[in-house]
Structures are given as C-alpha cells and as structure tokens.
Ligand binder design. Structure first.
Ligand code: PLP
Length: 392
C-alpha cells in the first residue's frame, strides 16, 4: 500500500531519493562518508561568527545530515536525532520529556531493556513509572495522574505482539496534556505512520530492519511540534552521535528497506499460517493473521507486518524445546532481528511482565523470518516440531 509523501511520491520512491543529492557529491549516487571531529575556520572572524554549516563532528556532519534528513522525510516528523542504539533512542526520548516528580505510564509489554531503564535510571532521577495493560485503549485516561507527563506505547508488544489502539490512547493522553512516545521498531515508519496516529515522539532501533544485515547498531528519535526542540536540546547535551561508517550502512540499508520488508512480510505470513495449522502449536501471535485478537486494529492502522512473531507450543518440557531449536539448520539462536537471516529464540514472558499475565500455557518461541526460501524455512521448522513432539 503505497503512501504518498510530501512531494507526492510513494514510500518506495522516497526511500530511494531521501537524503541524497548527487550534485553535492561530485555526481556520485551516494553521499560521501565524512570521518571527522575538528572543523576548521579560515579566520578568527569566521570562528567568532561560527560561519559555515558545520562546527564540530559530534554536532553533525554531511553524513549525519544525509541520514537524519532521510529519516525525517520517511517519518514525516519535524526533527530526527541519531543515536548509537535503539535503547539509547528510548533513553533520549524519555530524558527529553521527563523531570523529577513526573509520572510515566509505560505499556506492560514493552521491550525489556526499556523497562530496566525506567525502573533504574528514571527512578533514580525521581520519575515514577507505572505499567498498564496494552489493551487499555482510551481507558488509559483512568490511569492518568495530574503528574503524568508521558504515555509510552509499543505496538505490537514485545514477545507477545498485542496491537494497541494508539489513536485512542493518544486522544486520552493529549486531553490531559501528556505526550505520547512510541517504540515503532517492529513496523518501521513504512508500515506504521506513528506521527499520523497521534505519536509525538517515535523511537526506533535502526539496528533491526533499517540496518537489515546484522552488522550495524544505531537508533533514532523522531519528534514533532514542541517536543522536537526538547529532543534536539537533550541530544546535544548528552553528546550523542553515531560513527560515520555505521551511518553509511544505515543509509545503504534504507534504500532496500521497502523490498526487504515486503519479502519479510509475505514470508512470515506464510510461515505463520503454516504453523497455525500444526497440532504442536497452541497459538500463533501474529497480528496479520485473521484469527489474531489484534487483527482488526492492525488492519485499521498499519499498512504491513514485518517478519517477527511468536508461537506458543502445546505444553512440553524444556528438553523438548531444546531438541526443537538445537536441531534447526537455518534459524540462528540469538538476540536482535531484522537482518536477512532467520532466528528463533525461546523466552519466558512471565519474567518480564508486572501488570498482565502474558503467556501462561506452553513454551513460547519468537521467530524472525529472514530472506531465505520459505519452503526451506518451513521444512526446517517441520523437523523441529517433529523433534518437539517426539521429546514431549
Ligand atoms: C532491539 C530493540 C530495541 C533496542 O535496540 P538496540 O539497537 O539493540 O539497542 C528497542 N526496542 C525494540 C522493540 C527492540 O526490538
């Protein structure tokens, strides 16, 4: 579903054009990668007036401008700040908005390191966090306090993939003067237009699909309106920046994000449907499936699904889960996702939830469907499920 951007182009065209001006790079298609800290002024007078576009490597380079301009165009926000990882993007967003004495409403299904940031550093700085059910919708207003400054959403939820009613939550938050912050890593701005759905500050782990090749770590924060200035100021105060070669890899990844996501989406849906038909699988957690409880909201608000989802198996022992996963040939066992390769990792969601029960049945496995042939992936999983059944 092509979305029309500010210049009337579709999102795939925007990905190709964004942050690039060959006339500024001697005609070369890609912008040069500037490695630099010191920027020189020709005279004392220039130095005193800080003439020129750049003043110091940390404060911006042609390479960081190319990447942040591209991401700003794709997000449709007012300002994009680049940071060294996704979790730094979360930290920057929250540190930009919250002061001692403030209250933060955090979704219970949030990425676990975000929870750790709130429960440790924000707590130490005098910000109180309370966790809410992802399915709360507009009733979030009942949880708000006079001190609530921000409501944080992550949709779908980490590990269990609940879809949140972001516009309803944003409506309730804005009515009380609170900001809405979203972790939009799963969908990327291509499949969920965060700012169009009431999100003021959107954070993303570029490490995942924008990088796309399991070889780069970076993140970004996109902000609108009055929040843009707060993010810009905090970013500068903290001195955050990204290495030039990592920004180059991010820009390169961006060009193919659309075609990669289209493949991840189609392949993951096929694998999810196949898994849904298997007797060893109790439940498939993928909002793109018609049977998923979040499907209607996903269809209303998202223009696509990425390659990450989870399954709950019929009850079985840990040894059987190990037999399933250890014997897989194509699925690697490791953190992160969004690369070209498929991944499978077991998790226990009960350890990372405090306001909801999460999954209470059989063992759960998170899958990332990469760019391999789908038939090969299904055959690999079929062998795994047979090993699981034999060992159960
Ligand atoms: C991976 C991830 C992050 C953190 O990204 P890093 O680059 O690993 O720090 C944040 N949010 C979500 C939803 C993620 O999946």
């Amino acid at each position: 579903m092509a979305r029309r951007g500010s210049k009337g182009f579709g999102s795939l065209t925007e990905l190709v054009l964004a942050g690039r001006n060959p006339q500024d790079s001697f005609g070369f298609v890609n912008p040069p990668v500037i490695h630099g800290s010191t920027v020189l002024w020709p005279t004392v007078d220039d130095y005193k007036r800080m003439t020129g576009r750049y003043t110091y490597g940390r404060r911006g380079t042609p390479t960081s401008d190319a990447l942040s301009d591209a991401l700003r165009l794709i997000e449709g926000g007012d300002h994009v700040a680049l940071v060294p990882s996704g979790i730094t993007a979360v930290a920057l967003a929250l540190l930009s908005l919250l002061d001692a004495g403030d209250h933060l409403l955090m979704v219970d299904t949030v990425y676990e390191p975000t929870r750790r940031f709130c429960d440790s550093m924000l707590k130490r700085l005098g910000v109180e966090t309370s966790y809410y059910d992802p399915l709360v919708g507009g009733d979030v207003s009942g949880l708000m306090r006079p001190t609530t400054k921000a409501v944080f959403v992550e949709s779908p939820g980490s590990l269990t993939f609940e879809i949140q009613d972001v516009p309803a939550i944003a409506g309730a938050a804005h009515a009380r003067g609170a900001a809405v912050v979203m972790d939009n890593t799963w969908a990327t701005p291509l499949f969920f237009r965060a700012h169009d759905h009431g999100v003021d500050v959107s954070v993303s782990a570029g490490t995942k699909y924008v990088g796309g090749h399991a070889d780069v770590m970076f993140g970004w924060v996109s902000a609108i309106g009055p929040y843009a200035g707060a993010v810009r100021a905090t970013h500068g105060t903290l001195g955050l920046c990204v290495g030039p070669d990592d920004m180059f890899l991010a820009l390169r990844g961006l060009r193919t994000l659309g075609v990669r996501l289209a493949h991840h989406q189609a392949a993951a849906l096929r694998v999810a449907r196949w898994l849904d038909s298997r007797p060893e699988v109790a439940r498939v957690m993928h909002p793109g499936l018609e049977s998923d409880p979040g499907h209607a909201l996903w269809k209303r608000d998202f223009s696509g699904a990425s390659g990450l989802f989870a399954i709950e198996l019929e009850p079985g022992p840990d040894d059987a889960v190990a037999a399933f996963l250890d014997g897989l040939e194509l699925f690697g066992l490791g953190f992160s996702w969004g690369g070209f390769e498929s991944l499978a990792i077991p998790y226990d969601v009960r350890k990372v939830r405090t306001a909801t029960s999460g999954v209470t049945g059989g063992p759960t496995i998170r899958l990332h469907i990469g760019l391999e042939d789908v038939e090969d992936l299904i055959a690999d999983l079929e062998g795994g499920l047979e090993r699981y059944a034999d060992a159960s």
